[in-house]
Design a protein around this ligand. Sequence first.
Ligand code: NAI
Length: 333
Amino acid sequence: MTTLAFYDTKPYDRDYMLAAAGAEQITWRFHEFRLTAETAATAAGCEAVCVFVNDKLDRDCLQQLAKSGVRHVALRCAGFNQVDLAAARELGISVTRVPAYSPHAVAEHSVALLLTLNRKIHRAHNRVREFNFSLAGLVGFDLHGKTAGIIGTGKIGRCTAQIFRGFGCEVLAYDPFPQNDWAQGHAVRYTTFDEVLEKADILSLHLPLTPETHHLLNAGTLARMKPGAYLLNTSRGKLVDTTALIGCLKTGQLGGVALDVYEEEEGIFFEDHSEHGLLEDDELSRLLTFPNVLITSHQAFLTKEALDEIARVTVTNLLHHAAGLSLLEGTVL
Ligand code: NAI
């Protein structure tokens, strides 16, 4: 039996995790707050912690966890930019993640955002509900024949590219580690980052956040995008410099922006702030004023299939670690 502190818990987490492993296998301590250096003391007495994208496991936090006996960090997500892996290694804390729970969920959400934004479904829905059946201002464009640019052709980028091919788009891709057989099989053309930037009518980001990719899209690179292009980011907020993005929206350089992630989403996304009626983040507030910006709150992963898989892999990792078994291949960092 392992005792686990589970952070940033949402009702669906509890349901799916308990369905994957009952209380006879794991003693669950569900916390609604996030794990940070300030809250790390709450893991005392636990062998493992389970965290999500906005928990912050920096060196200070990990040191406190190690002192209180935590030996395993189970990420219930794919991205791991929020964990200081070097510190975890030094402290003898193993880190596992769920490398692929449903690339389809994220790819489909990326395209759903684009279709909604381009065909103005959200605006049309609101109008029709108020008995306004006018089509004024609802003109979109065909995806067929347009060029989609995919930055990062890992699991999610490849699914997204294939969906775009299904719409009849030409797909250009950039990845430092190209998957040439896959590209050939799906008539996707790899090229340079610059060519993708310059030619894409729709640019979709599917790469991890690392020190090298931080602000990959900044004032300089955004300015090189095709005028009127649409930008989709379902990967990580810090891939895009928000100040520069707002600048491009103000000048009309970009035709539309769909985001499932935001640079400063920590503490805002996943929570209901509607009661306060106040958003303290000025840049997010500004983004929300543009009619050609659509934002969801990091929900691209949120399908039944993905939640089942996240729970299954996370619980297997926890139980294997507790039993001293080797951890699932591909999940150890
Ligand atoms: P993956 O690891 O399968 O693929 C990432 C790809 O990016 C790799 O092929 C890698 O070579 C490439 N890459 C690395 N540096 C690059 C660069 N500088 N330029 C272009 N490509 C580069 O990852 P996966 O599963 O496809 O996920 C992609 C990202 O999606 C994750 O890193 C995560 O941040 C995000 N994500 C978002 C979710 C959401 O709910 N919004 C859910 C799951 C993942």
